[in-house]
Design a protein around this ligand. Structure first.
Ligand SMILES: [Zn+2]
Ligand SMILES: [Zn+2]
Length: 159
């Protein structure tokens, strides 16, 4: 329809400025490739679906080498799944460590997030540390993080 209406105009524009973008052979090729690729993908998915139904109906042993390969792939998948779970756990632990580290470095008085390795808040001087309690190195008693002497044995607590 568009061609009928604008054919004359199109021809005129063509004459003035070369090919219209949609008539560019490179663009045409790209479009044709994309369209074919889409259909190929769709076919793959449909074949896979039929394959699943066939295995469900007739069992995996019916398909010779292809079935054996599938079994092997599935075994490999189990192993890969374990690796994936392991990696996920490790990643989660790393995140948790990072979170805890940030929690330790965040001042409970003023909320400032201090850099790593800092013992006292750089903003207000409050002693940092997520643990509110620590243990006396002398007698092992649990003492408050801010006290200077152990209440149990009188040991002088280091900062
Ligand atoms: Zn502070
Ligand atoms: Zn003590």
């Amino acid at each position: 329809m568009g061609n009928d209406l604008f054919g004359g105009l199109g021809g005129l524009v063509k004459g003035l400025s070369g090919l219209m973008p949609q008539e560019d052979p490179g663009v045409k090729l790209f479009k044709a490739q994309a369209e074919y690729g889409e259909l190929e993908k769709k076919e793959e998915q449909q074949l896979a679906q039929i394959g699943r139904m066939a295995i469900e109906k007739y069992g995996i042993g019916e398909w010779g080498e292809a079935g054996e390969k599938l079994c092997l792939t599935r075994r490999n998948m189990e192993e890969a799944k374990k690796q994936l779970n392991h990696a996920e756990n490790e990643n989660q632990e790393a995140d948790e460590k990072k979170r805890q580290s940030e929690e330790c470095r965040t001042c409970r008085e003023c909320g400032m997030l201090n850099p790593e390795g800092v013992k006292f808040c750089q903003e207000c001087g409050t002693k940092l540390g997520a643990r509110e309690k620590r243990f006396c190195p002398e007698c092992g008693a649990e003492v408050d993080v801010n006290v200077r002497f152990c209440g149990e044995c009188g040991h002088r607590m280091e900062d």
